[in-house]
Write a new protein. Sequence first.
Length: 456
Amino acid sequence: MKLKVFFAVLACKLSRVAIRLLGRGGTDFPGRIALKLCPNLLGELAKNVTTMIVTGTNGKTTTSRMIEQSWADAGISYFANKSGANLLSGVTAEFAMHASLFGKCRYTHALIESDEAAFKTISTFVDAKAVVVTNLFRDQLDRYGEVTHTLENIKIGISHSPNATLCLNADDSLCTSIHDDFENPVIFFGVNTPIYTSRVEELSDAPYCIRCKSEYVYDYVTYGHLGSYRCPKCGYCRPQTDVAVAKVVSSDAEQSTVVFRIGEAEYEAKINLPGGYNIYNACAAMAAGQAMGLDAATTAKSLSEFACGFGRMEKFEIGGTDVRMILIKNPAGCNQVLNFLTQIREPFVFVACLNDRAQDGKDVSWIWDVDFERLCEMGDTLREIYVSGVRADDMALRFAYAGFPTNRIHVVKDYKALCEQSASHKLPVYMMPTYTAMLALRQTISKTYGYKNFWE
């Protein structure tokens, strides 16, 4: 086994170096090579490494970056798969790159973002100390199936993690149900107050009680199917939170300030990314800090200092124009971007890039479940819309049906031209790409305007 580990790690390291010399990421393929040589490599490399796994539908990467900052501030020796390679091969590659040729990890801790479908496999090799489940929403039906199938995948993963403390979203009835099937210690996190003064229209992915199938009643909704839910028939309801957002002090286009409550103690924190969904991500990070035994004040302070993940509310400057890139991949996430945009009062330009490749989900019909009509109600605040990507014409049609004037909808397939034209209005630009469009668009921005590559 030691010989297999040696050659697998060596192959992984050499192949990444070669791929990087070609100007590519090398975040996944080296792991595939290593697993061919040693199928149990991840299990060997993860031994004696204290590992936290972050999974769920939306918010995995940003939550991981928040947790990472808290670990850095606490002086923890760690590595993380910050490039976003969250399948078995990508996670294996990260462990190999941070290990000696003989398989000994150079760090005591690992922070691993895991694809929700891959979690059940990754967890067979990694004995996690903690598992954070951000939320569960309908996502890429051709890949994940219905949301209940995603829930079952995560439950399988947790069944492989008997020693893990679970950090579960109390406001998500699907997440909460995980607690019923396992004896693992649980930290429930949630938001004890509405986030938005007004919300876009959304379809609930979990309108009915997971136990008796009666329709939930909500005392308040934060977004989607998240909020203070209860079943009037069987009594299933939102559990008491261990870590909660007690108050949203302020929220604007750059950041939010909230008050967290943990037991009887309160901690005011500035979250250096805007959007209600990032308030949830911050709450998950606070819960993760509790699972690791970190000082809550240190964790709260780190929320104002972390670096966002690539494409996740990431900021650029193009020709003197401020540009913010916001990854989307499903109706729930897209509607939260719209909730954020509709709070903006200054004029801006909007860019939507829609692809239908495997990593995006080939079925793009979900764009018709998004309340783009709310954007059109913004009037002159939303000056121009640019659409791009493989399915740019579908996106243009969706905006036309939403009621946006067709003379202000521009189809631009070339990403360099897209950047130049959208920034030429000298107004803030908000770009909303799907995953593969984000990678291509970001590569164009990196090469043209001198920004770092996504894996750096």
